[in-house]
Design a protein around this ligand. Structure first.
Ligand code: CTP
Ligand code: ZN
Length: 161
């Protein structure tokens, strides 16, 4: 634990700590998880603290909530360096790295306005093939449009929480 972190937020008893988030992306991580603060969960967001590995990082701690593997994978879209710590009785019982699946479904929408996934009448769930992880590049399975990292970040940062 970075010395400065202890000054900001205490350890949690039970839940999930998402650590090593690139600085500034903690709120986008919460948005991806659909956590708004209205669920009554106790959430701590720590932004722009020193990290030995990254220089600067964000941390999100969610008490009383565990993440599905789909949720863990989604986090990789905007925080590929994140570590997911599962905490039970104050101890980290499991540490997972996030990993993008080869096909990403339903999180982001295609930037091509004429794509079938954007037709209002017969909506088709958006689906992208992972072309590259660093930098992030996705390709729409339906129309072939390539989405760059900036497009994905822009969308995930815009979506209301
Ligand atoms: N943590 C927490 N509550 C606990 C246990 C851990 O909030 N009861 C947090 C720590 O503050 C840290 C993260 O979970 O941000 C990971 O904890 P730990 O594995 O103990 O820290 P490190 O060894 O520094 O992790 P890493 O090796 O992944 O950097
Ligand atoms: Zn498309």
């Amino acid at each position: 634990m970075a010395p400065s972190e202890g000054l900001l937020v205490r350890r949690i008893r039970e839940g999930t700590v998402i650590d090593h988030i690139p600085a500034g992306r903690a709120l986008a991580v919460l948005r991806i998880l659909g956590i708004t603060g209205r669920e009554g969960l106790r959430v701590a967001v720590v932004m722009n603290v020193e990290s030995r590995k990254l220089g600067w990082k964000d941390i999100v701690k969610v008490e009383g909530r565990h993440l599905s593997s789909e949720e863990v994978n989604r986090i990789a879209l905007i925080a590929p360096t994140a570590t997911i710590n599962i905490v039970k009785d104050y101890r980290v019982v499991e540490k997972k790295r996030v990993k993008l699946p080869p096909v990403i479904e339903g999180i982001i929408s295609c930037t091509n306005p004429t794509c079938i996934t954007r037709k209002p009448r017969e909506p088709v769930r958006p689906r992208f093939r992972l072309l590259s992880e660093h930098p992030l590049r996705l390709q729409c399975v339906y129309c072939g449009t390539i989405m760059e990292e900036e497009d994905v970040l822009e969308q995930l940062e815009e979506q209301g929480g």
